[in-house]
Design a binder for this molecule. Structure first.
Ligand code: ZN
Ligand code: ZN
Length: 420
């Protein structure tokens, strides 16, 4: 790969087209925002996307990939390699508190509870940005040497319980093949940065995410006569403390950081009864697949052994969600000059790792991939105290949309030109 050492001739074209299309991208985003859909339920969103790609004259538009995903292929006028761009389309079970005219009023039942549905992670912005990129690149297709694959993915926030879906399933269903994709780019908006700022990092960037459940079986007895049974509350308390020694005592923290958190501790129904069973639930975050396996082993061993020492029995279930989001080092290094050229040197920042996770990691396991953040907090507000993604008060400065359109368009064309 060659570094882009000159201002590419397509920059001016993209900038001009992005100016023209901005109001459309904003309108799409507001429409998606007002009509959010949960993971694997993005039926309306997917139809709008697919109709748009067909209207632009895409060579291929495939719907219902991984349930509700849309994959579009745009062949340029000249032969060349294949680059992919990805957006996610799903919203969250969050009741919106932002006072905008296009506020979501959609309601749903989630895990038996009534709540709102909101684009609280900004995937409405990602979908609209990629629709804008599709329109710009479709307008330039005769000059493009190569193919651009557009991936609109469902269920990034994990599918509903009992269902499969998301990036892993998109890859399994061939979204990176026919023709084979050489590199993939994706972005995420974040309120942690002001609009205009871009955050990137080579190598491990976002954490792996797994959850665990521990069921501790004791023997129920009268709370006044604990010696007549086995108290799972005390044993489970010891397990909580034992789990906290994994990162602090057993992991090489100079290699990568990691987190083990217990978020649920349940047991008992009445003050004077020692119950039969207590339950823990928690999350494990790592930045290294080896450490991830190690921690899984420690969680299991510590829970089982502490329970055994107390005369109880522990059953441990660990569910693997997302792998570590690892930015391909050379592709990242290659991409940074493009970001700087498009957004300005001073706006492109090398940032810390993020303990959140992303299923973009599954694309990166299949092909070299680069994932980065763009800020969406209005510059006059303090990004340090802005409501985070997933908050009912998550607010998007729509000026970030045009920047996203320019960045993804530019990266795609730069990469095709450098790899022709
Ligand atoms: Zn999210
Ligand atoms: Zn997200």
């Amino acid at each position: 790969m060659n570094a882009p050492d000159k201002a590419f001739s397509h920059d001016a074209r993209i900038a001009e087209a992005a100016d023209k299309i901005e109001s459309k991208v904003v309108a799409w985003r507001r429409d998606f925002h007002e009509n959010p859909e949960l993971g694997n339920r993005e039926v309306r969103t997917a139809k709008i996307v697919a109709d748009h790609l067909r209207k632009l004259g895409f060579d291929e538009v495939t719907e219902k990939v991984a349930h509700t995903g849309v994959v579009g292929t745009l062949k340029g006028g000249k032969p060349g390699p294949v680059v992919a761009l990805r957006a996610d389309m799903d919203a969250l079970p969050v009741t919106e508190e932002v006072d905008v005219p296009f506020k979501s009023r959609v309601r749903t039942e989630w895990n038996g509870q009534q709540c709102g549905v909101m684009h609280a992670c900004g995937h409405d912005a990602h979908t609209s940005i990629l629709m804008g990129v599709a329109e710009i690149l479709a307008g330039m297709r005769s000059e493009i040497a190569g193919t651009v694959r557009f991936i609109f993915q469902p269920a990034e926030e994990t599918p509903p319980i009992g269902e499969d879906g998301g990036a892993k399933m998109m890859v399994e269903q061939g979204c990176l093949e026919n023709p084979d994709v050489g590199a993939i780019f994706g972005l995420h908006i974040t309120s942690v940065f002001p609009t205009g700022k871009i955050g990137y990092r080579p190598g491990p960037f976002m954490a792996s995410a797994d959850d665990f459940r521990v069921f501790v079986r004791g023997t129920q007895t009268h709370a006044a006569m604990p010696w007549r049974g086995t108290d799972p509350i005390v044993v489970t308390s010891q397990i909580v403390l034992g789990l906290q020694t994994i990162v602090s005592r057993q992991m090489n923290i100079t290699k990568e950081p990691s987190v083990v958190t217990v978020g649920v501790f349940q047991g008992g129904v009445r003050h004077n009864i020692i119950p039969d069973e207590a339950k823990l639930e928690g999350t494990i975050r790592t930045f290294d697949e080896g450490q991830r396996e190690e921690i899984h082993g420690h969680v299991k061993r510590i829970a089982e052994m502490i329970a055994e020492a107390g005369g109880a029995k522990a059953r441990v279930h660990i569910h693997r969600w997302y792998d570590v989001t690892v930015n391909h080092p050379e592709l990242t290094e290659w991409s940074v000059p493009s970001l700087k050229r498009i957004a300005g040197d001073e706006n492109v920042l090398f940032v810390d790792k993020v303990c959140g996770s992303e299923d973009f990691s599954f694309y990166q396991k299949a092909v070299p991939g680069f994932f980065f953040f763009i800020g969406c907090t209005p510059p006059e507000k303090d990004a340090g105290t802005a409501a985070p993604n997933h908050s009912p008060r998550f607010y998007v400065d729509e000026a970030c949309l045009k920047q996203g359109v320019k960045l993804l368009s530019g990266l795609a064309l730069d990469w095709l030109a450098a790899n022709a």
